[in-house]
Design a protein around this ligand. Structure first.
Ligand code: CAA
Length: 265
């Protein structure tokens, strides 16, 4: 599967495997600030779904170039669209394919993450930013609102007051602000942010795969449900993991004072 993804020539993305167990997809439309066209999103989601099904990949990274992550949905592509065309093309429904991935996805953001670019990063599980990263939801300048999670994931992440300001008045966040408000996990210089993301992805890729999958699922459930339903969901997944070989191995390794050897079973 990994080889198959590597061999395909994509028009809008670059696919790499920078470390053991890590798949990296780079958005590659530099002349339009990585504006997210339908074909780009299709390529991105197809490759991520392939990586999700590939046993040799344990964690994925989405990055842009060092200059720009993505400046949002392609304005030229949608300027004259009708609602029916947008619905029929699943214009934004594509974004939602990201939330169905089982393995962790890290966004490595440098430069602008605007509109759909910010929403793409927000749909990932973690964000590593470069010092030049700028997060914003400028759709209001175009006479529209965010359509791929900018009013929902952003509000759940940074709270109502700041989300309102970003969505209603194009308030942009620097990398440091984004770190302070809990939008990003860490900030690094431009020449190091991608390595930082790869390091984080490698560390996660080396952990117990079944537990990682259920852990991601359980944390995401916190955004979807009530506390009591979420606690019950978490508890059930905790119990289920006692059916895995990795749970027996992890606890035996601790008691025997050795490193665990995860099988992903
Ligand atoms: N769509 C299409 N083309 C875009 C684009 C976008 N979102 N963002 C930038 N570009 C193109 C520009 O049209 C320009 O192309 P040409 O050279 O052919 O004229 C090129 O990229 C460079 O852009 P600028 O000349 O504007 O460069 P700049 O350095 O002055 O500004 C920028 C960069 C701040 C990113 C600015 O281009 C900008 O504000 N872009 C639009 C950002 C935006 O509004 N994003 C939201 C889109 S709507 C959305 O995403 C909906 C949703 O929720 C899913």
């Amino acid at each position: 599967m990994q080889e198959a993804a590597d061999k395909v020539d994509y028009e809008n993305i670059l696919v790499e495997h920078p470390a053991d167990g890590v798949g990296l997809v780079r958005l590659n439309r530099p002349r339009t600030f990585n504006a997210l066209t339908g074909p780009l999103m299709d390529e991105l989601m197809t490759v991520l779904e392939q990586m999700d099904a590939d046993d040799s990949i344990r964690c994925m990274i989405i990055a842009g170039t060092d200059r720009v992550f993505a400046a949002g949905a392609d304005i030229g592509e949608m300027a004259q669209a009708t609602p029916v065309e947008l619905i029929n093309k699943a214009f934004i429904a594509r974004w939602e394919r990201l939330q169905n991935l089982h393995k962790p996805v890290i966004a490595a953001v440098s430069g602008y993450a605007l509109g759909g670019g910010c929403e793409l990063a927000l749909a990932c599980d973690m964000i590593v930013a470069s010092e030049t990263a700028v997060f914003g939801q400028p759709e209001i300048n175009l006479g529209v609102i965010p359509g791929a999670g900018g009013t929902q994931r952003l509000t759940r992440t940074i709270g109502k007051a700041l989300a309102m300001e970003m969505v209603l008045n194009d308030r942009r966040l620097s990398a440091d602000e984004a770190a302070r408000f809990g939008l990003v996990n860490r900030v690094a210089p431009v020449d190091q942010y991608l390595d930082e993301a790869i390091k984080l992805a490698s560390a996660i890729a080396a952990r117990a795969p079944v537990a990682i999958r259920l852990a991601k699922d359980a944390v995401n459930m916190a955004l979807e449900t009530t506390l009591s339903a979420g606690l019950a969901y978490e508890r059930n997944r905790f119990y289920v993991l006692f059916a895995s070989e990795d749970q027996k191995e992890g606890m035996a390794a601790f008691l025997e004072k050795r490193d665990p050897n995860w099988q992903g079973k």
